[in-house]
Design a protein around this ligand. Sequence first.
Ligand SMILES: Cc1cc2nc3c(=O)[nH]c(=O)nc-3n(C[C@H](O)[C@H](O)[C@H](O)COP(=O)(O)O)c2cc1C
Length: 182
Amino acid sequence: MKIEIPLSKANRLINHGPTVLITSQSGGRPNIMTAAWQTPVSKDPPLVAVSIAPGRYSHQLIEESREFVVNVPSHVLLKEVHGCGTVSGQEVDKFRKFGLTPEDAAHVGAPLIKECIAHLECRLYDSFGIGDHTLFVGQVLAASVEEDLFDDFLKVDDPRAKTLHHLGSNKYTCPDQRIEVD
Ligand SMILES: Cc1cc2nc3c(=O)[nH]c(=O)nc-3n(C[C@H](O)[C@H](O)[C@H](O)COP(=O)(O)O)c2cc1C
């Protein structure tokens, strides 16, 4: 038997892609924002999309700079991930508040977050107003990952590479195995 759930919770059924930390910068200090609504959308060119509400400070910074970085945190950053999704960079310096370290990116002005396991440096390719969010589509200019946590696939079965997946509110889940089909 299946139960019907409110439409407002429908996204919770498909929302377990990794929760990421988006960094952006436009002139002033860099900012970090937590985003669960992200997805790859094209292979060639490599494009990723992230859905960001207009009220977010990051929305303004990405519109101004036309760049952003998708940083992939592991589960050890749970508190920082949740924290970066509950306060705005308009009021606080989230790098300082959450003890995260900015590192220069190779291709964009926004920094990488050193403590994250992987990074996608993106230049804004397109954006669309969609419902109450804006879909920012970024062209991936560079992608990097901790060497020993990737063997062509993310080693999510290694405790250091368990990604965080948002179930909604303050609930997350983590994968801990890779399964394979012949
Ligand atoms: C787990 C989690 C996931 C989130 N995902 C998104 C998202 O995909 N899009 C969005 O606009 N806001 C999302 N948020 C909310 C923003 O991260 C939050 O409003 C943040 O404070 C914005 O920061 P800023 O104002 O510094 O840009 C999420 C929050 C959490 C805790």
